[in-house]
Design a binder for this molecule. Structure first.
Ligand SMILES: Cc1cc2nc3c(=O)[nH]c(=O)nc-3n(C[C@H](O)[C@H](O)[C@H](O)COP(=O)(O)O)c2cc1C
Length: 173
């Protein structure tokens, strides 16, 4: 699939079929994620793959009861390793680069998932401490995005985007 087609065709999907998503496909998504750019090529990302219904349910609860999370056959939690990034880039690594790197990896997952006929949603509204406990994430590693993944059971229309003339600044802000 053409990159622009994937970028423009992808939608946030919040309803999934019960059809399973194979490990092979999940690994394709993570493989795409690890080809994202990262500051100094530090690659401060970790990915937790969740299929266990109870863990998914607890994650959904930690995410303001966004129940579509537990309805997805598989959930990927993208984490940023603050320690790895801070070793290379200090405070900027810890507070900015590792989050940007994890976000770039997250976007790769969304785009490749869409190109494979899967639906995903970037879930950022969750209680970090609860997610950390549920998934036994160590200190210094930050859960950044929860991504429910499954075959889409809805076809939402495109949401509007701010027009180019409102967001482009030539030469100065
Ligand atoms: C950082 C971030 C956090 C988000 N958190 C949530 C969320 O918690 N729940 C949700 O349903 N969608 C969430 N979204 C998805 C956005 O609502 C969605 O991308 C936006 O409305 C545009 O729609 P589209 O993805 O279909 O183009 C999040 C997206 C981003 C980038």
């Amino acid at each position: 699939m053409d990159v622009l087609e994937a970028i423009k065709g992808r939608r946030s999907i919040r309803a999934f079929k019960s059809q399973a998503v194979s490990t092979e496909i999940v690994e394709k998504l993570i493989d795409a994620a690890r080809w994202a750019p990262s500051a100094g090529n530090i690659q401060p990302w970790e990915f937790i793959i969740v299929r266990n219904p109870e863990i998914k349910r607890n994650l959904a609860k930690a995410a303001l009861n966004q129940s579509f999370i537990e309805e997805a056959p598989v959930v990927i939690v993208v984490c940023a390793d603050e320690i790895r990034s801070s070793q290379g880039y200090g405070v900027r690594g810890k507070t900015l680069y590792c989050i940007q790197d994890a976000a770039a990896a997250t976007q790769n997952i969304h785009l490749v998932a869409y190109s494979l006929g899967l639906g995903t949603c970037w879930v950022g509204a969750f209680n970090e401490e609860e997610a950390r406990k549920i998934l036994e994430i160590p200190e210094g590693v930050r859960p950044v995005a929860i991504i429910p993944v499954g075959y889409p059971a809805e076809k939402p229309p495109a949401r509007n985007r701010r027009p180019l003339n409102q967001i482009i600044h030539y030469e100065k802000f």
